[in-house]
Structure formats: structure tokens, C-alpha cells
Design a protein around this ligand. Structure first.
Ligand SMILES: NC(=O)c1ccc[n+]([C@@H]2O[C@H](COP(=O)([O-])OP(=O)(O)OC[C@H]3O[C@@H](n4cnc5c(N)ncnc54)[C@H](O)[C@@H]3O)[C@@H](O)[C@H]2O)c1
Length: 333
């Protein structure tokens, strides 16, 4: 099969060249877009990451493509209806970093609870004064996990190690997990009212768009902190800024932002290529978040551990070989 890999790094390229030696491979550093698709016009399969846009226009530029395999779990960068219309199968990596992302959520929780970033900034300047750096214990605090799937459950497991009380909100509760891990399911409003730390692990779908909006922030315990390692648009950024401003939230730790792809592309935005559809207001709001010292932002690195990345490549190889052999695996329904 002729397979074009987009958003690829050198170490992935080496691994893929060895593992998929029987196929014709091409490698492209940039995301797959209608423009970059032209570089792979004869590809029969494409492999992408989350900054690619697999939409009608992109597919039009790839007339021979019958298979898209994304090196991610989420697939909201792929227009599934457009793929279906053209008979293009879509596969993903269903699990590679459940623990990896959960550990990153805790990295953000601890960075907030112990003011690690402010402390680091101070010692970098040679200032060793501890005033204003008082944090809080996680021990016996309440953690609210919104989305009790694979990642959410690992977050709950880690939280029990800190002897936190854990509440989980999920439309599909699994009581056996609650019993074995030691948490309680609660409706979202109760979770928000009780939790000292709220962490989001629900998928992004039309139904979860702005799951955390002004109405929900108003229901939160005053002084709580919020962590998001799921998807940026689960949070209404404007409402988040107001909740921080009003002191409802004492801090936020965000691995994902609304319109985060545009932050990376701002230089281009301000330059020659100002034709992209982009919510400039969202970009400005993100900058307001970045400027705050009660907000810690990481650039979507929740998944990015050495072990998780190796698992992604291994599953992508299985996805390609399965499709080529007529026995596809890990298809997105
Ligand atoms: N930051 C990163 O690098 C990174 C990496 C991987 C995944 N993610 C994100 O994390 C999300 C969660 O991943 P996962 O593997 O745990 O997924 P999962 O499918 O195992 O779990 C998602 C859970 O959310 C629940 N849910 C659905 N709607 C909900 C709602 N309205 N309120 C509360 N819960 C709801 C589902 O029932 C399910 O139990 C993914 O959708 C993805 O967007 C981020």
C-alpha cells in the first residue's frame, strides 16, 4: 500500500520504515490539510495526528485514499461523514496512554496545589522567599472526576494513593469499578459543589461542548481548582476567565485549549497566510489565560511520554497491516 504519514518525527519515521518495510511509505512533517495533501496525491492510505484536518476538501485532494489511520485516540479532527460518503475507513489508537494522561493530570494538580510554577519562577531569579507560596494538601480533599472512562479511572486510582475522596460523574456508571477503586458516582452538580479539585476526562462531542460554562462554574465550590487534559472546547474559555477573576476558581491547569491549533499558527496568521478560518476572539482569550499566574498551561503533552508514543506507533503498524490484509482493526464506527 502507498501510505503517507503526516506530522511525523524522525524517530517515528525510523520505527515505521522498519516495521512497515513491505509498503511504499512517504513522510511529511506538516499536518495533513487540503494544501499539504497535494504532496501525497497518489496515497492509498494516510496516517495523521491531531493537528491535521481530514475534511471534504482534504479528501478531494486524495482521490485514491481508502484508509485513514490517526495516531491518536480522539478523532474530532476527522470528518467521519465525509469519509463514510467516500468509502474511506478510519482507524485510531484506542488506548495507549490511559495512565500517561492520568499522570499528567496529576502533574497539573500538584503544580497547582503546591504553586510549583510560581516557586520555580522565583528561585530562577535567585529569590528563596517562601511568602505567598503556601499550597494545600490533597490528603482528605475531594477530587471530582468528570468522565469516568479509561483515563478518569486511572486518575481515581492515583487519587486514592493520596487518600483523597473521589467523586465521579459519568452517564454510564460502573458500580463494580466504584467498589473496587473506592469512589462514589455523583451527579455533575453535586460533584462541582463538593470537589476541591475538578479534573475533566469526558470526550468532546456536540453534547459536551462547553460542558463547563458560566452556569456550571457558578455551582463550583469557591476556591476549587480545575484541570483539563481532555479537550479544550469542554470549557467555555470566557466563563473560565470570569470564574478566575471572580475567585470561584483559585487556579486552572490546562493541557488543552479552545482553538489551540491556532496558537501554534499565529505567526502565520499575522503574516502572509491570513486566510484561515479562525476565531480570533478565542485566540485573544487564550492569551489572557496564558498571562495569568494562577493558570498553568502545557501544550497538549498529556499523551507525550516515551512509552505512550511507542505504543502509538505499534498500534498504527497493526492498523495498517490489518487494513492491507483485509482484516481491519481499531476502526472508528
Ligand atoms: N491531553 C492528551 O494528550 C489526551 C490524550 C488522550 C486522550 N485525551 C482526551 O481524554 C478524553 C478521555 O479519554 P478516555 O480514554 O478516558 O476516554 P473513554 O472513552 O475511556 O472515557 C470517556 C468517558 O466519558 C464519559 N462521558 C461521556 N459524556 C460525558 C459527560 N457529559 N459527562 C461526564 N462523562 C461523560 C463516557 O461515558 C466515558 O466513560 C478523550 O476523549 C480525549 O479527548 C487527551
Amino acid at each position: 500500500m502507498r501510505i503517507a504519514f503526516f506530522e511525523i518525527e524522525e524517530w517515528e519515521r525510523k520505527l515505521l520504515e522498519t516495521s512497515l518495510a513491505g509498503h511504499q511509505l512517504s513522510f511529511h512533517e506538516k499536518p495533513l490539510t487540503p494544501a499539504t495533501a497535494k504532496e501525497a496525491a497518489d496515497a492509498e492510505a494516510v496516517s495523521v495526528f491531531v493537528y491535521s484536518h481530514v475534511n471534504k476538501e482534504t479528501l478531494d485532494a486524495l482521490p485514491k485514499v481508502k484508509f485513514v489511520t490517526t495516531r491518536s485516540m480522539g478523532f474530532d479532527h476527522i470528518d467521519l461523514a465525509a469519509c463514510k460518503e467516500r468509502g474511506v475507513a478510519v482507524a485510531r489508537v484506542p488506548a495507549y496512554g490511559d495512565r500517561t494522561v492520568a499522570e499528567h493530570a496529576f502533574a497539573l494538580i500538584l503544580a497547582l496545589s503546591r504553586k510549583i510554577f510560581l516557586a520555580y519562577e522565583r528561585t530562577e531569579k535567585g529569590i528563596f522567599d517562601y511568602h505567598g507560596l503556601q499550597g494545600f494538601d490533597l490528603y482528605r480533599k475531594t477530587l471530582g472526576v468528570v468522565g469516568g472512562g479509561k483515563i478518569g479511572m486511572n486518575v481515581a486510582r492515583i487519587a486514592k494513593g493520596f487518600e483523597m475522596d473521589v467523586l465521579v460523574s459519568d452517564p454510564f456508571p460502573k458500580q463494580e469499578l466504584a467498589d473496587s477503586i473506592g469512589f462514589r458516582y455523583a451527579p455533575l452538580d453535586e460533584l462541582l459543589a463538593r470537589a476541591d479539585v475538578v479534573t475533566l476526562h469526558a470526550p468532546y462531542m456536540p453534547q459536551t461542548h462547553h460542558l463547563m460554562n458560566a452556569e456550571k462554574f457558578a455551582k463550583m465550590k469557591r476556591g476549587a481548582v480545575l484541570v483539563n487534559t481532555a479537550r479544550g472546547a469542554l470549557i467555555d474559555t470566557q466563563a473560565l476567565l470570569k470564574a478566575l477573576e471572580d475567585g470561584i476558581l483559585a487556579g486552572a491547569g490546562l493541557d488543552v485549549l479552545e482553538e489551540e491549533t491556532f496558537i501554534k499558527e499565529e505567526c502565520e496568521l499575522m503574516g502572509k497566510d491570513f486566510s484561515k478560518k479562525c476565531d480570533l476572539a478565542a485566540v485573544v482569550r487564550n492569551h489572557m489565560l496564558i498571562a495569568r499566574n494562577d493558570v498553568i498551561i502545557t501544550p497538549h503533552i498529556g499523551f507525550n511520554s516515551r512509552e505512550a508514543m511507542e505504543r502509538i506507533v505499534a498500534t498504527t503498524v497493526e492498523n495498517v497491516n490489518g487494513f492491507a490484509a483485509g482484516a481491519p482493526v481499531n476502526l472508528v464506527p
